[in-house]
Ligand binder design. Structure first.
Ligand code: NAD
Length: 504
């Protein structure tokens, strides 16, 4: 079964991605075999993986079943005691070796990511380095999972708090960062001493299976890191039902996040969710216009807009509204739309046709309700997965794009007058992941950063993620944090121990 049925006349020579993939040094990256129960399984049934830029089938992968998932859970259970008992420094050495192998194979992995996800090759390379960074960072952080000694409230007692691995973890990961969203979860779980089972998005399984090859080569024991691909509901049901799965980490849509939270309730799992965003990007009229435009371009068009951190509502203070639109439109005119493997490309296809369709619906709705389409860079003959970078001005919150996540290269600009007004408008959302504030006024920056109801605030910067920061959202953007010491804690339990009667 192909997950993407797009078949459209392609402007690219047939097999652009296929030819690049054939040149991979690591041919085993293309077998599409899943890794579970201590072996590579080719699968009796196979699913197609499609290049979203052309609609061309580039590989097939094993379709795992619910029975396979049950075998994976049993294998993880067997591997847990050994992995848990291993010294954190030894676990860290394996994670570091995995990170090195990923970096050694950055070229091949980047081609895989671009071929199945669509993002420009330079961004894919960046993702590989970003993804390896989580393994390196957690390799060290695992050695710092310190407990506490508490001054006693009881005579003759010593009070300790220990941090211990929670048990088997499961990760359900998205297609927009098919490597980094796995390493961000797996790095933390493995460093904490937990085996982890990964179910990647069906659109981007090749990258996940490739890094699983490297995990095995790095010395991760059988059952400790497993990757199963297939139907999301069939594979997630055993994970949700099985009480041995103690932690579940998910990145994706809020709708699916809610379903998983509900499904995990029966066995009271520890759930961390990284869900949708609807980031306000607030620009005051005291800023350097060039810096604000560069920041907004980066926050809007990275990953072709398919990023939960993407600027979804660009609020511009009235004094520079027109100047900003002119400068932003000029910057957008430079964007090259095309196949991610073409080095000139800045904006690739949407990985899923449904995401491209959602962009088109939001554009039509905004125009129908009075927004102006200022720039819409057209490129002839591209498949329906492509959305031309589009600038909409005069957007209001009652338009679809004003109150729901876009996840594509459509920039919505909204004018505002006062600080109070923009804080209220930015906070009037059920989402609370990333936000951005551009101002040269330090007091204002401090006030905004305090009052804005978002898990992350970039002040005068569009670039703030990385392994040491607690990535996560408020409200319906999620639960828990990834990266940082808080990310490690998602895979650990606290144990309080009271040693009493010390006087004997
Ligand atoms: P999705 O939530 O359906 O997919 C994410 C992951 O969940 C994939 O691995 C998918 O196979 C799995 N999944 C889907 N349905 C499931 C189910 N019923 N049970 C268990 N697992 C399930 O997201 P999508 O439909 O691919 O994208 C839709 C929207 O979600 C996007 O437009 C965007 O707004 C949001 N999204 C956000 C992120 C993020 O980084 N936070 C990533 C991807 C998508």
């Amino acid at each position: 079964m192909a997950f993407q049925s797009t078949r459209h006349k392609s402007p690219y020579p047939i097999g652009l991605a296929a030819r690049h993939l054939q040149n991979l040094g690591r041919r085993d990256f293309l077998t599409g075999a899943a890794l579970f129960d201590g072996r590579w399984v080719a699968g009796e049934e196979r699913d197609a993986v499609v290049d979203p830029a052309t609609g061309e089938e580039i590989a097939t992968v094993a379709r795992c079943s619910a029975a396979d998932m049950k075998a994976a859970i049993a294998a993880a259970e067997q591997s847990f005691p050994c992995w848990r008992e291993m010294l954190p420094a030894r676990r860290g050495a394996i994670l570091r070796s995995w990170a090195s192998l990923i970096l050694d194979h950055a070229d091949e992995l980047a081609v895989l990511v671009t071929s199945e996800q669509g993002k420009p090759l330079a961004e894919a390379r960046h993702e590989i380095a970003y993804g390896a960074g989580f393994l390196e960072w957690f390799a060290a952080e695992g050695e710092r999972a310190y407990g506490e000694t508490i001054p006693s409230h009881k005579v003759g007692s010593l009070l300790h708090v220990r941090m211990q691995p929670i048990g088997i973890a499961a990760a359900i990961t998205p297609w927009n960062f098919p490597v980094a969203m796995i390493t961000r979860k797996a790095g933390a779980a493995l460093a904490a001493g937990c085996p982890i089972i990964v179910k990647p998005a069906p659109e981007t399984p090749l990258s996940a299976l490739a890094i699983a090859r490297l995990a095995e080569q790095a010395g991760l024991p059988p059952g400790v890191f497993q990757v199963l691909v297939g139907n999301p509901i069939e594979l997630s049901t055993p994970l949700l039902r099985d009480p041995r799965i103690r932690a579940l980490s998910f990145t994706g849509s809020t709708e699916v996040g809610r379903l998983l939270l509900e499904g995990a309730a029966d066995s009271v799992k520890k759930v961390s969710l990284e869900l949708g965003g609807h980031a306000p990007f607030i620009i005051f009229d005291d800023v350097d216009l060039g810096k604000a435009v560069n920041g907004a371009m980066a926050a809007k068009f990275a990953t072709s807009g398919q990023d939960c951190l993407a600027a979804n509502r660009i609020y511009v203070q009235r004094g520079i509204y027109t100047a900003f639109i002119d400068a932003f439109a000029a910057a957008m005119a430079q964007l090259k739309v095309g196949h991610g493997l073409d080095p000139a490309t800045d904006v690739g296809p949407m990985t899923k046709l449904s995401v491209a369709d959602k962009c088109r619906i939001q554009i039509d709705d905004a125009v129908k309700h009075g927004a102006r389409r200022v720039a819409a860079k057209q490129s002839a003959n591209l498949t329906p997965n492509f959305v031309p970078p589009t600038l909409l001005t005069g957007v209001t919150e009652n338009m679809l794009i004003g109150h729901e996540e876009t996840f594509g290269p459509v920039a919505a600009v909204l004018p505002f007058d006062s600080e109070e007004e923009v804080i209220a408008r930015a906070n009037a959302s059920e989402m609370g992941l990333a936000s951005y504030v551009y101002t040269d006024n330090l007091r204002r920056a401090l006030r905004l950063s305090e009052r804005i109801e978002y898990g992350m605030v970039g002040v005068n910067t569009a670039s703030f993620t990385g392994p040491p920061i607690p990535f996560g959202g408020w409200k319906q953007s999620g639960l828990g944090r990834e990266g940082s010491r808080h990310g490690l804690a998602e895979y650990m339990e606290l144990k309080y121990v009271c040693f009493g009667d010390l006087a004997g």
